[in-house]
Design a binder for this molecule. Structure first.
Ligand code: GLC
Ligand code: CA
Length: 559
């Protein structure tokens, strides 16, 4: 079935790092309004905003203190409404990040909840008495915060509350019917304002395992010196989660023409089917972690294997996403490409892969100009809780500071959170004040202004791809079949749609390969016409250059 959100190119904005208009060093909503023409020129059709709600900001807004107000650092509700109006005026849409797994401990519900055992909000969160003078179970928090437990003792009532993330982010209890109603009302309030959907944070973790048992997972040894086990499978995909999502769909999502994309760690293609199969009426698509967030570097063979499995979901059941980076990952050109010698070539090759694979495309701010990872000299420069928590846990367990930092550098979530690089002026043009986070020093050469006029421009190549996606439905709806599945360097596949046929060739590495090998494997490509290539010229078609990407149209039809 056709849907606008299948055709969408989503542009993810981390407001805090996008564009600052009042000189306080923090990006804001008026900054996004000022950049809407830029975003529109990129060819994005949907904007996804990371959380902008009122928040004490221990996890950059994922700790929400009030779901129905805008954090004053980002602006006001009036600014938000103006942003939404201006987005719609340009024919684009806007989706919000919706965090339902936890709130901030400063949320009114939690303040009530912790005040007494018989407070009506007590049961909105997950409280347990201690066990033999210790925490209720062996779970460790995902941020490696403090001594590492996922439980925090609260003296006032003498019980522990669960927090899978920071102790400032208590987990909610979705068994509570009043909580469910309050959340549905809140989501409808945003949709009635006109927002076009949600990105649902950690959505497959809302339902906890019955009885909250210890983690038995032998593959996940205790971390740090206190023996807590960081086992993300404990709260993932538990019985009851599908009934809950179906309920949210019935009470909220299905009543609007919106898109809903879930963030789902610990989900592979087989598990995903139950979330996205249309008849099940839960959510539209999920973000899996198999490529972008895989701690092991994904090579060409693995990339193809993952894509084949996920394509099966599209073929038979529902819809999928394509992304290579977001605010929780490294920069894609640094992770999968070469951010030095072949920065332009590899950034554009990766973009080609994303835009020509089936699924909704997600571009993370800065990716479109080939922004790279950052090399901070010491831990003090790092902001985000996971890197900092893990660093101290490693040091406490006997690793040297250098070793700890070296092992965290590539995957640190701060790589993607440095401010957007607009020009070569001070602070990359992000702010006239002092930026909340250090700007990547390479802003002098990597920035939007430069990309607008450079001969080799990642930005202009992105614009071509998004324009083609609007023009050619084959890029969205075409069938997908790989050629040379086991080739360790080339990613080659055929898309077909209503009599059209395309062949896409991407060199995932910096070596040189011969086209003849592909022609041999796929003789139907004899009559081909090149429609896009990331290199500026083509002297010798036979030679596939480092990180080269080509899109061919195969003219084998009699017209
Ligand atoms: C998701 C967000 C991440 C956040 C976490 C807790 O994984 O993408 O940034 O830290 O949830 O809300
Ligand atoms: Ca600001």
């Amino acid at each position: 079935m056709e849907h606008w959100w299948k055709e969408a190119v989503v542009y993810q904005i981390y407001t805090k790092s996008y564009y600052d208009t009042n000189g306080d060093g923090i990006g804001d909503l008026r900054g996004i309004i000022q950049k809407l023409d830029y975003i529109n020129s990129l060819g994005a059709s949907v904007i996804w905003l990371n959380p902008i709600y009122k928040s004490p900001d221990v996890d950059n807004g994922y700790d929400i203190a009030d779901y129905q107000s805008i954090d004053e650092r980002y602006g006001t509700l009036e600014d938000f409404k103006e942003l939404l109006t201006q987005v719609h005026q340009r024919g684009m849409r806007l989706i919000m990040d919706m965090v339902l797994n936890h709130t901030s401990d400063e949320h009114r519900w939690f303040q009530e909840s912790r005040s007494s055992k018989d407070n009506p909000y007590r049961d909105y969160y997950i409280w347990r008495p201690g066990k033999d003078g210790k925490e209720p179970n062996n779970w460790g928090n995902y941020f490696y915060e403090g001594r590492g437990s996922a439980w925090e003792y609260d003296e006032h009532t003498g019980e522990y509350y669960l927090h899978n993330y920071s102790r400032k982010m208590p987990d909610l209890n979705w068994d509570n019917a009043d909580l469910r109603d309050a959340m549905c009302r809140m989501m409808r309030w945003w949709l009635d304002l006109g927002v076009d959907g949600f990105r649902m944070d950690a959505i497959n973790r809302l339902v906890k395992p019955k009885g909250l048992p210890d983690s038995p997972n032998p593959l996940t040894p205790p971390v740090g010196i206190y023996g807590y086990v960081v086992d993300r499978t404990m709260c993932a995909n538990r019985p009851g989660i599908h009934e809950l999502l179906h309920e949210l769909n019935e009470k909220v999502f299905s009543r609007y023409d919106i898109m809903v994309v879930g963030e789902t760690g610990n989900v592979d293609a087989a598990i995903a089917i139950d979330y996205v199969k249309e008849e099940r009426e839960e959510i539209d698509m999920v973000f899996h972690f198999e490529i972008a967030k895989n701690p092991v570097l994904v090579d060409a063979v693995k990339f193809k294997e993952v894509q084949r499995r996920w394509y099966h979901v599209v073929e038979q059941h529902g819809w999928i996403t394509q992304y290579l980076s977001n605010h929780d990952t490294p920069r894609q050109v640094s992770r999968f490409g070469d951010d030095q010698k072949y920065r332009y070539e590899s950034a554009t090759m990766l973009a080609t892969l994303m835009h020509t694979h089936p699924g909704t495309v997600y571009i993370y701010q800065g990716e479109e100009i080939g922004m790279t990872n950052v090399e901070f000299p010491s831990i003090e420069y790092y902001n985000e809780k996971y890197t900092v928590g893990k660093y101290y846990t490693m040091v406490e367990s006997g690793r040297s500071p250098e070793e700890a930092l070296a092992s965290l550098r590539m995957m640190s979530r701060d790589n993607d959170r440095t401010p957007m690089q607009w020009n070569s002026g001070e602070n990359g043009g992000f702010t006239t004040g002092s930026p909340w986070m250090h700007v990547n020093p390479n802003y002098v050469s990597i920035n939007v202004a430069e990309e607008e006029c450079a001969e080799k421009s990642v930005l202009r190549y992105y614009r071509k791809l998004t324009a083609m996606r609007r023009q050619y439905p084959i890029m969205v709806y075409g069938s997908y079949r790989q050629i040379m599945e086991e080739d360790p360097e080339l990613i080659v596949y055929v898309r077909e749609y209503q009599g059209d046929r395309w062949l896409i060739v991407c060199n995932f590495y910096d070596g040189i390969r011969e086209l003849s090998g592909i022609v041999k494997a796929y003789p139907e490509m004899e009559k081909r016409e090149l429609i896009l290539c990331n290199y500026l010229s083509m002297e010798n078609e036979q030679e596939i250059r480092p990180y080269e990407a080509r899109i061919y149209c195969l003219r084998d039809r009699k017209i």
